[in-house]
Ligand binder design. Structure first.
Ligand SMILES: [Zn+2]
Length: 124
């Protein structure tokens, strides 16, 4: 089943690939999208922007508008990261605190395991 670009003006951009029909009965139509923008819902960032202009504010109000800034503080600044070691062509994997630069070493298996959380790393 075709998945169509959700851009409300997609059909108005008169490109050859949107052109359909026979002589005397030509028209332009919305593109289908397999790999695109906005989680593969739009054929171009222009169509994404057109959708946003029409629906964006209502979408934010529907899903929840921020009324306070979100803070990045040491307690939520942890990411999984890795570093290349030039001396032996290996990699170091670790939890990294982006604010304090604290590191907790990880094995590759722990790094790849989405269930291996900071809390689990701190228990060992
Ligand atoms: Zn489009």
């Amino acid at each position: 089943m075709n998945k169509y670009c959700q851009g409300p003006k997609c059909h108005t951009y008169m490109t050859q690939d949107r052109k359909r029909g026979i002589k005397g009965d030509k028209y332009f139509q919305t593109r289908s999208v397999r790999y695109g923008y906005g989680d593969n819902n739009f054929c171009t960032t222009i169509c994404l922007g057109d959708w946003w202009a029409e629906h964006g504010t209502r979408a934010i109000d529907h899903f929840g508008r921020l009324h306070q800034p979100i803070r990045l503080a040491p307690e939520n600044a942890w990411i999984k990261d890795y570093r290349y070691r030039r001396d032996d062509n290996g990699y170091d994997h670790y939890f990294l605190n982006k604010l304090t630069n604290e590191r907790i070493p990880l094995t590759l298996a722990q790094y790849d395991d989405n269930d291996y959380t900071l809390e689990r790393a701190r228990q060992t």
